[in-house]
Design a protein around this ligand. Sequence first.
Ligand code: MLT
Length: 231
Amino acid sequence: ILSPSLLKLYNVSDSIVVIIDVFRATSTIATALFNGADKVIPVSSVEDCVTIGRNLNAITAGERDGKIIEGLQHGNSPAEYPRSFIENKTLVLTTTNGTKLLHMALDNGASEVITGSFPNISAVCDHLISLKKNVILGCSAWKDKFNMEDTLFAGAVISRIKEHFTVHCDSSMMAEDMYRLHKNDIYSFIRKTTHWHRLAAYGLESDLEYCVTEDVANVLPMYKNSALVRS
Ligand code: MLT
């Protein structure tokens, strides 16, 4: 498992990298694609989001510190992307941590990048098991600081796939222990996270509960030709 500040310690070029941002970027990406979006273009800056959105006649969306950014059309809530709105459209998305880590991984040589979250956990695990390559679980965290929700998801993935892999990594074993300890009480556990408090203050509790619900948007977002598409 890595977090943004540890990225340089890992060889991302010979691995499949799973970008994880449970609250909420990778949950929103899975939801938009599940509901029929053509593609999601993850970008690291607001300027790129506006320019690409204008050039492609696409929807611009994103957040900083959990809030919708002035100048963009939509935010980073999965609830904003039902099929009736997003089907056959392109979403250009920039977020505080999730899209940032994805670009950091690409800049460091990652060539196989997918995104994972509880809403698409089965699609992610099935893919990792079928590939049998080195796996790096990239936790987007919060501004380089550890967060519990991404680690919890990494632990959930490890608990599902570990019998197919050799797990020589203390952080992976720690994440799995954490998941095992809390898996029967996830809705209470997430209320302890700092991002829960941050987003609940904006009235977004329902987003947070959705984001820890398994397989409600069970697609595999894969990065190809500068965009995330259903694989
Ligand atoms: C992020 O990328 O940091 C998040 O997805 C923040 C959020 O919108 O909750």
